[in-house]
Design a protein around this ligand. Sequence first.
Ligand code: CS2
Ligand code: MG
Length: 401
Amino acid sequence: MKITDVKIIVCSPGRNFVTVKIFTDEGLTGIGDATLNGREKAVVAYLEDHLVPLLIGKDPSRIEDIWQYLYKGAYWRRGPVTMAAIAGIDTALWDIKAKAANMPLYQLFGGASRDKLLCYVHAQGSEISEAVEAVGKRMDEGYKAIRAQVGIPGLPAVYGTDKSSTNTAALNALPNEEVWSTSKYLRHVPNLFSALRETHGWDVELLHDTHHRLTPIEAARLGKDLEPYRLFWLEDTVAAEHQEGFRLIRKHTVTPLAVGEVFNTVWDARLLIEEQLIDYIRMTTVHAGGVTSLRRIMDLAGIYNVRTGCHGAMDMSPACFATNMQLGLWAPNFGIQEYTEYTPETLEVFSHNWSISDGYLHPGEAIGHGVDIDEELAKKYPYEPAYLPVNRLEDGTLWHW
Ligand code: CS2
Ligand code: MG
């Protein structure tokens, strides 16, 4: 089999997506997600100008060799742009291989290790009462695990607490600027989880995302303060590249820790996994360089009893989300899958086969990863420049977001 063409499809059905579609001389095609939220065009250029010309004529069945060729052959390794581009190609090749084998992708990894995938959804509010109500609504919808975020008194809306500051990029020429105060935040968040446990009891898994905004000792403080509420995980406490900082957090608290959505290779996570400084690795197909690399990282994590918790925000396409689920169904150390419902336009452009019921997901039994893109429909939604917010402290210091 030979690769005859590679198309990079950019569309914006609800938000921007970059999709790699690979065509072969035997009529099989495959797609992969290469979306890098807020920097999509950089990945498109990397693909169109530098990788697509290298792929034409290659044997699509040689997935590992192509991955090594694109990773080592670039000389300039790692980084979000490179690894999203490689991911798009790698995921499309795995999609083709599963189609050639006439089976769902998870079968190629070794089959299912479970019947369904526990997922978590988002619930938030500007006030604690609103967030508590939102969590209750999610529980009524049957979800077993819910990420709770809340606005901080004295601060304008912060990440994930209302429409203006959710992680969907700001559809305008420049990033929204948010204001942050760690001390206001640290004083307030424990009250949210006290109210959640008080109102909804213990039969629901609660998660929280700090989005890289704390120092290690502040994260240790928060972890300790949240111990009475037994969170499923506390996510992205400190800047994820500060792997050594997790040693300090780990010393002070037994609250489970999750990190990894911004990681691009195993080198970003190796220390955290080998020293068991985290409980869940959040790496995801599109940012980790695709299936070939993410599967290795999941295996390394499994050796150290670190479970998977793939990032599943709406800024990775259904092709990435479905592939995460295919890996999750196989991975012996699967932990949980993030699920943020896509917009109707997104699901119109990307056909899918996954199902959700009673708080559990299943990728479906379609061959491949089970997602395809309607290229004609995609044209209806052209790319729109959009940025993630940036974050400043009250004195104007540019801070982590
Ligand atoms: C968030 C993400 O879902 C999460 O855990 O951290 O939504 C993140 O804000 C976006 O993916 C950034 O593009
Ligand atoms: Mg997160």
